[in-house]
Design a protein around this ligand. Structure first.
Ligand code: TRP
Length: 347
């Protein structure tokens, strides 16, 4: 009998415990790229995970906005609203603000010793972003080091599953290297983390460029009005060779069709439209009108819920305060372990 109990406990303990953590930089409102890249996954995972965290990465936002703290401050509430409007549920997900958990900064300083400058400069995500922002050698040190602070964001909660956009994979890889170095020097404190990317292909910008981005001016926001959506879709890049309705048109690189592929659930009709478009005789306005209504089906309910929630911003701040207090307790717990491992637990 005792044996059964013993094995029962072992089996229970070895069941994979799923702790999810994800976050956004509060540098602007969130767009459809965030929605298909990671928000949908976080909403789904909050129902499956044993524990789920969502962090507003204001300190990370400051790494390339040091001179503009007001922008970061203002967008904390905006990204919280975006996530809540999409269905993030504060009863299931602990929502917190990074800067209010100072243990993350403490852990970052400890991790800084485990990563070389050469390694930081090699991170493809950081390299891309540095190029896009035109930093060169004048990159703020905090920006170059944000993957280290992101490892601290994740590891203080002992999270092991991170829903992120594809662009963040090198950051996750670097976090796992930090886990390896930490455990080698100081003993087993942290576990490896896994990423979860969405199976939706990366969303291209409305102008047809590789990525949807706020600074690229090619984004459709989760808070856009129907008029804004219509204007953006009407200006979308299609096929520059498709001048007259009767001309045959190209599907490849055609933004309207790439979006229909992702957001239109009626596959059969989309396939039929593609056939007609290729053959000629189908005008851009027809497919654009269809896309407007498809996008409105997705964004309309989010916009409505967002408007409702934004009437009581105090309530949103209360949610964040409660989540932050809880996250902080967890951070204190982890830091006791970390300080012990590093022999810096003096008093
Ligand atoms: N770097 C992420 C982004 O730009 C935001 C982020 C900060 C994050 N900390 C995180 C994502 C921890 C996942 C886990 O989108």
């Amino acid at each position: 009998m005792q044996n059964y109990l013993f094995f029962g406990i072992i089996i229970y303990m070895s069941k994979d415990i799923k702790i999810v953590l994800t976050g956004d930089r509060p540098t602007g409102k969130l767009h459809l790229g965030h929605f298909v890249g990671s928000i949908q996954n976080r909403i789904k995972l909050q129902n499956e995970a044993d524990k789920s965290y969502y962090m507003i990465a204001d300190i990370q936002g400051l790494t390339d906005n040091a001179s503009n703290p007001q922008k970061i401050r203002d967008n904390v509430i905006e990204v919280a609203l975006d996530n809540l409007a999409c269905g993030l549920d504060p009863k299931k997900t602990t929502m917190f603000i990074q800067s209010e958990v100072p243990e993350i900064a403490e852990l970052t300083v400890i991790f800084l010793n485990l990563v070389t400058l050469a390694r930081l400069k090699r991170n493809p995500t950081v390299k891309d972003e540095m190029k896009q922002k035109g930093f060169g050698e004048d990159v703020p040190a905090g920006f170059l080091c944000y993957p280290i602070s992101q490892a601290a964001d994740i590891l203080f909660t002992k999270a092991n599953l991170i829903p992120v956009g594809e662009d963040q994979l090198p950051v996750i890889e670097q976090a796992n290297e930090i886990v390896d170095s930490f455990n080698r020097y100081y003993g087993d404190v942290f576990n490896h983390i896994k990423h979860l990317t969405s199976n939706t292909p990366r969303l291209i910008g409305t102008d047809g460029s590789a990525k949807m981005g706020k600074s690229l001016n090619n984004a459709i926001y989760l808070s856009d009005s129907l008029e804004e959506i219509s204007k953006k879709v009407m200006n979308m890049y299609t096929d520059p060779g498709h001048i007259h309705v009767e001309d045959p048109g190209k599907i490849e690189g055609n933004v309207v069709f790439s979006y229909l592929d992702i957001f239109d659930s009626n596959r059969a009709e989309v396939d039929e439209l593609k056939k007609q478009y290729r053959k000629g005789g189908l005008g851009d306005v027809v497919i654009k009108k269809r896309l407007i209504s498809v996008l409105e089906n997705t964004i309309g309910p989010i916009r409505a819920k967002r408007e409702e929630l934004s009437k009581d911003k105090n309530a949103i701040m209360k949610i964040l305060e409660k989540g932050t207090n809880e996250a902080r307790e967890k951070a204190k717990e982890t830091m006791i372990e970390v300080r012990e491992a590093l022999k810096i637990n003096y008093f």
